[in-house]
Design a protein around this ligand. Structure first.
Ligand SMILES: Nc1ncnc2c1ncn2[C@@H]1O[C@H](COP(=O)(O)OP(=O)(O)OP(=O)(O)O)[C@@H](O)[C@H]1O
Length: 582
């Protein structure tokens, strides 16, 4: 490290610090990389953090500078080595990127991806608390990073607002792996007492059974509470009282801050003292708070660093079908499922006690090269998702249909009800297409297999088009269709599968090998259709641990697509498949 002075724009003398990294090349020569130390970013327990600019590439990074004098004890050295070893192995968009580490005579330097918008700690200090939509956006990103960490057997163990960084693009990035640990095997229990008082899980304090991945989920609950309420749930003036409160699970929701029932429900499910009863990351993704109440922005605008998002902004993400009345029903259903689980703790399929969804996609044809996706539902109604994102669905009686258009102001689907004998003229083409899709799907024995059925579909539809021109229209009085008409709200194709998201909260994934996953978020069950066409229904909570590897693998794939969909706010048809690349 060397110091010098230069003359700034205003002619004043400015001190600068240059840090040199000596790299021994494979031929034994020594190359020197030079960095100019810039803005001071912050100070942690044993590191000072600065902006570092690589003078060759001009790239600016964050650099943690750790004085060697603070590393005299072998424990401190070991901790730093473990942090480096774990952090450098991680590559995920929601984890602070590890770039490089080196040393000189005075310090150890770790260069990291620069997160120029500070941490959620500073954000909450400025904003006091966040809007639920913002918390959803951040929580989904944290879950995404945790799924990655836990699948690599890494527990972070120090999740808190101060370790959640924001990049220039407003991406959330988990940082500081100083307390992280990698398990040797999945059932291993850790015994070291570590964490930050407000966020520490009760099982760490008890220390009897050891702890595992669930400690990160506990901290996620504390984070969610803190973002919504403005202060941590167990905070008191002294650490001992805080620990006592954690052990006794003593926290309340203050009256002066309004938060939704689903947010409260998610927090209370997470803040369960028994780690085995805490929801898994996948269950959290399916929780009403994240799943059933409109869409979630992939990233938030930078204006939210200083002030809350505007009402117009929030409205874009609100869903037409959110009804607070549904929540008690969902609770009842969860209760029923968990009671049934108590009776049978094995993950044996229980088609008798666990009912799968009533309506799902039976056949489909992808004709999006021209018009859209046609489908036949298990209740015999037919629908089309047109390329312009309008939808049409013909009732089971074959006469009444609803036409859905997306209102641009709030992105809600607005449906109008008509009959085949009486509908506005401008719907003529779409109605004709609906009838063609219907006769194709009802006539075909195929389940729908993308490319193949597309070509069959094209021929068959042309023929039908000729024949149907003369068919008289049924003249039946306009009849209101029930609110619970089921239709495809979103769909997406990947290399291996096609996914449908239905208006009855069912997510269905049909794989190319004819297996299917049907997730019903309302009844919290998953139905798996295996290669032989057998339907097996499991409670969602046990399905992930199922010994049916074939299903577990496909369920994981489904969750990956789902995370992808939650983060992208478009109505997508064929999406670049990030999940396939993993
Ligand atoms: N990637 C980054 N981008 C921008 N600022 C950062 C980055 N990493 C750390 N900082 C800043 O530097 C400060 C210190 O970093 P950090 O907390 O990781 O150090 P530490 O000594 O490991 O802290 P702790 O005591 O929490 O273990 C942070 O509070 C933050 O303000």
């Amino acid at each position: 490290m060397s110091k010098g002075t230069s003359h700034g724009k205003d002619g004043k003398e400015e001190e600068y610090v240059i840090v040199e990294e000596k790299v021994v090349k494979y031929n034994g020569e020594i190359a020197v990389k030079r960095y100019q130390r810039g803005r001071f970013l912050g100070k942690g327990g044993f590191a000072r953090c600065y902006e570092f600019q690589n003078l060759d590439t001009k790239k600016i990074s964050a650099a943690k500078v750790i004085a060697k004098s603070s590393l005299t004890k072998s424990r401190a050295k070991q901790k730093l080595m473990s942090e480096i070893k774990i952090h450098r192995s991680l590559h995920h968009n929601n984890i602070v990127g590890f770039e490089h580490f080196f040393e000189d005579s005075e310090n150890v330097y770790i260069t990291l991806e620069l997160c120029s918008n500070q941490t959620l700690n500073e954000l909450i200090r400025r904003r006091k608390r966040l809007h639920e939509l913002e918390t959803k956006c951040y929580i989904v990103q944290i879950i995404s990073a945790l799924r990655y960490l836990h699948s690599h057997r890494i527990i972070h163990r120090d999740l808190k607002l101060g370790n959640l960084f924001l990049s220039a693009k407003m991406e959330l990035k988990i940082g500081d792996f100083g307390l992280a640990t990698k398990l040797e095997f999945d059932g291993e229990r850790k015994r070291t007492i570590c964490g930050t008082p407000n966020y520490i899980a009760p099982e760490i304090l008890e220390a009897k059974q050891g702890h595992s991945y669930e400690v990160d989920i506990w901290s996620l609950g504390v984070i969610l509470y803190t973002m919504l309420i403005g202060k941590p749930p167990f905070e008191t003036a002294d650490v001992k009282t805080t620990y006592r409160r954690i052990r006794m699970n003593a926290y309340t929701f203050p009256d002066h801050v309004h938060i939704s029932e689903s947010a409260k429900d998610m927090i209370s499910k997470i803040l369960t003292n028994d780690p085995a009863k805490r929801p898994t990351l996948d269950e959290l993704l399916m929780h009403d708070f994240l799943y059933n109440e409109g869409s979630i922005p992939r990233l938030l605008p930078a204006s939210t660093l200083a002030c809350p998002p505007s009402a117009t902004y929030i409205k874009q993400f609100q869903s037409d079908d959110y009804s607070p009345r549904r929540i008690p029903d969902v609770k009842d259903r969860i209760k029923k499922v968990s009671e049934a689980e108590k009776e049978d703790t094995s993950s044996r399929p229980e088609s008798r006690s666990y009912k799968g969804p009533k309506v799902w996609v039976k056949k489909w044809v992808d004709y999006s090269s021209k018009y859209g996706l046609g489908y036949l539902l298990s209740n015999t109604s037919t629908g089309v998702f047109f390329n312009d994102s309008t939808k049409i669905v013909l009732d089971t009686d074959g006469h009444n249909f609803i036409y859905y258009e997306r209102r641009s102001s709030d992105k809600k689907d607005i449906g109008t009800s008509h009959t085949l004998g009486d509908y506005p003229k401008d719907l003529q083409k779409k109605v004709t297409l609906l009838q063609h899709f219907r006769s194709y799907l009802e006539g075909s024995n195929k389940k729908g297999e993308g490319e193949e059925s597309k070509s069959i579909g094209t021929e068959r539809m042309k023929k039908d088009e000729e024949e149907k021109k003369t068919e008289p229209k049924a003249d039946i009085a306009k009849k209101e269709m029930s609110d619970d008409t089921v239709y495809v709200k979103k769909w997406m194709r990947t290399r291996h599968a096609i996914m449908f998201r239905l208006s009855n909260k069912v997510v269905q994934v049909n794989f190319q090998d004819h297996t299917e996953i049907i997730l019903s978020s309302e009844s919290k069950v998953v139905t798996y259709v295996n290669k032989k066409g057998e339907r097996l229904t499991y409670p969602l909570s046990t399905a992930m641990e199922s010994s049916n590897m074939e299903m577990a693998k496909r369920l994981k794939y489904t969750k990956d697509i789902l995370t992808h969909m939650l983060q992208s706010n478009q109505t997508n048809r064929t999406t670049k498949d990030t999940t396939d690349k993993k």
